[in-house]
Ligand binder design. Structure first.
Ligand SMILES: O=C(O)CSc1cccnc1C(=O)O
Ligand SMILES: [Mn+2]
Length: 597
């Protein structure tokens, strides 16, 4: 059998790359698929795979009158989100993985998963999926090859990455590609592992068919392996959106922003400014991941390594994100949303009346008034970024865009003010390192617990978090024109638990202040936390129906809250042990001194 696989892997392969051919043959010998298909990313292939997926029930075609080119997928109800407790960083030493990751010794992990992969593709097809993370031909772009037995994964990867012949051609005969092996197995949580081997540029994923566990280009390569490669090669792989803000005078400023999951990154990246900002434009370069490296002019340049969006569906509507609604109007795959009787999709928070009857995300009848969710809270859309009406013209620029500001944000009902600017890069890294975000019911069931999520990378850093923060500090030596760093908090609540700040398009007012600060146009007021908008020359609040005391509350800095905040940050730094960067410990001491001053 092994020789048959090896032969098959070689005969029909559209490449002569010896390393790639040998690796595919070796994986095929282990998994023993009935057939091997090399994906070319063509339209014809998409049609073929889609028809096959509809035939085998993986995809349900939606009404082309309502949603042309769109399909619905229902995952196994035991397989509906990233599985952090089953995600492992398998570096040679446990220390290298660090205290924020699950670790497995590499050989033990290979042995354990080899036993699961052995013969798992009998009766199945192995798809060989070459893909590029980044614009084709770009200096920052990385090539991956995912071997998978899921046509759903192939169709998603075609949207999310530059997948197929173009990627294979870019790889040529190089052995510098990420080796991804995935099988849905029997979709059993007891036999589900997502293992990363950064030292081997390898990812093995077994037993899931969902999202970030199986679309290996996204969280696995672009962040966990990417962050490890970035440290080795002198760049940054970050969980950040990238947007461009263009003023009425035509000046465009590019900004990267890190928010933990479910804090509205996609909404922010596609924001529509309020009417008071006529002539201003926000354009999306990326909604989730940024790869940033120093450019020849001394600035920090960012690319979006992805070609699509894998966004949260519930809560998306024409009020919260009209551009997202346009983006998912065609050629989109929906996962775990509800189905209407006339073949459209529905989800909680969608515009318009709640339908009387639906088929829920598990395929069961659902009636209006049910206490059960019709769409799963983590239901997702997979849509081409080319559908986005406000896609930046620079989204496919191989060199990326120059970043003038980096924003760190989190979901905090108190303590953190609406916006502040860091005193310098090192202070800004401290702000990013100490980011916290309150958990929401959709994520864990407990609401309001502050989870430390440094730079929104807690689940996505591929090595020791202390070393990662030190890498951020070290990077400033190679970026003569450093971006300015800011912290925002859209989620502060009043004493009745209501959000004080309206958020959504009104966040443009904070963005404008940030742009003005980047171009040195407005003075600031110094506080113990950093620089904040001045009362007289601060945020543009024209037309905003918000009482003065609300603004005061949203921007307030309360010493008692910060004393307990600093206490709660202690645990995070203790966790880093001796790898906690000295420069950040000094920033902590300075803040404590300012608080006690
Ligand atoms: O649940 C999943 O596998 C998706 S998680 C995800 C998807 C797109 C963008 N960001 C995230 C995330 O958890 O940060
Ligand atoms: Mn994300």
């Amino acid at each position: 059998m092994a020789s048959t696989q090896a032969a098959a892997a070689t005969e029909q392969a559209p490449t002569k790359n010896p390393t790639l051919l040998a690796w595919v043959a070796k994986m095929a010998a282990m998994t023993q698929p009935d057939r091997i298909v090399w994906c070319d990313g063509s339209e014809a292939e998409k049609q073929r795979l889609t028809e096959q997926a509809v035939k085998d029930g993986t995809l349900i075609p939606l009404n082309p009158q309502k949603r042309p080119g769109c399909y619905l997928h229902r995952s196994n109800p035991n397989d509906v989100a990233r599985v952090e407790h089953l995600t492992f960083i398998c570096t040679p030493n446990k220390t290298d993985a660090g205290p924020t990751n699950n670790w497995m010794e590499p050989e033990a992990a290979y042995t354990k998963l080899s036993q699961l992969f052995e013969g798992c593709m009998k009766g199945r097809t192995m798809y060989v999926v070459p893909y590029a993370m980044g614009p084709l031909g770009g200096p920052s772009t990385k090539i991956g090859v995912e071997l998978t037995d899921s046509d759903y994964v192939v169709l998603n990867m075609r949207i999310m990455t530059r997948m197929g012949k173009a990627a294979l051609d870019m790889l040529g005969d190089s052995d510098d590609f990420n080796r991804g092996l995935h099988s849905t197995g029997d979709v059993n949580p007891d036999r589900r592992y997502i293992c990363h081997f950064p030292q081997d540029n390898t990812i093995w994923s077994f037993g899931s068919g969902y999202g970030g566990n199986v679309l290996l280009g996204k969280k696995c390569l672009a962040l966990r392996i990417g962050s490890y490669l970035g440290r080795e090669e002198g760049w940054l792989a970050e969980h950040m959106l990238i947007l461009g803000v263009t003023s009425p005078k035509g000046e465009t400023t590019y900004i990267a922003a890190a928010f933990p999951s479910a804090c509205g990154k996609t909404n922010f990246a596609m924001m529509i400014p309020p009417k008071e900002y006529a002539g201003w434009k926000i354009e999306t370069v990326g909604d989730d991941i940024a790869w940033m490296r120093p450019g020849p002019d001394g600035r920090l340049y960012a690319i979006n390594p992805e070609a699509g969006y894998f966004g949260v569906v519930p809560g998306t509507n024409y009020k919260t994100n009209p551009n997202a609604m346009e983006t998912i109007a065609k050629d989109t795959l929906f996962t775990n949303v509800a189905l209407t009787p006339d073949g459209d999709v529905w989800w909680e928070g969608k515009d318009g009346e709640v339908p009387e009857e639906l088929t829920d995300w598990q395929g069961k009848p659902w009636k209006k008034g049910s206490t059960e969710k019709a769409a799963h809270p983590n239901s997702r859309f997979t849509a081409p970024m080319s559908n986005n009406p406000v896609l930046s013209g620079k989204a496919n620029n191989p060199q990326g865009v120059p970043i003038s500001a980096i924003i760190f944000g989190g979901r905090r009902s108190n303590t953190v003010p609406l916006v502040l600017q860091a005193f310098n890069w090192t202070h800004g890294v401290f702000l990013g390192a100490t980011m916290g975000s309150e958990t929401t019911a959709a994520a864990t069931g407990k609401v309001g617990v502050v989870r430390r999520d440094p730079m929104a990378m807690l689940p996505f850093c591929g090595y020791h978090m202390g070393d990662y923060l030190q890498h951020w500090l070290d990077m400033q030596k190679s970026i003569p024109q450093l971006p300015k760093i800011f912290q925002v908090n859209w989620f502060r609540q009043d004493k009745n638990g209501k959000f004080i700040w309206p958020g959504f398009g009104e966040n443009m007012r904070v963005l404008e202040w940030i742009v003005n600060r980047v171009h040195g146009r407005v003075p600031t007021q110094e506080t113990l936390l950093g620089w904040v908008p001045r009362q007289d020359q601060g945020l543009n609040l024209n037309g905003l129906d918000l009482p003065a005391e609300a603004i005061t509350e949203a921007t307030s800095i309360k010493e008692d809250e910060w004393k307990s905040e600093l206490k709660s940050q202690e645990v995070f730094f203790e966790q880093l042990g001796t790898k906690a960067p000295e420069a950040l410990m000094l920033q902590r001491k300075l803040l404590i001194a300012r608080l006690d001053g």
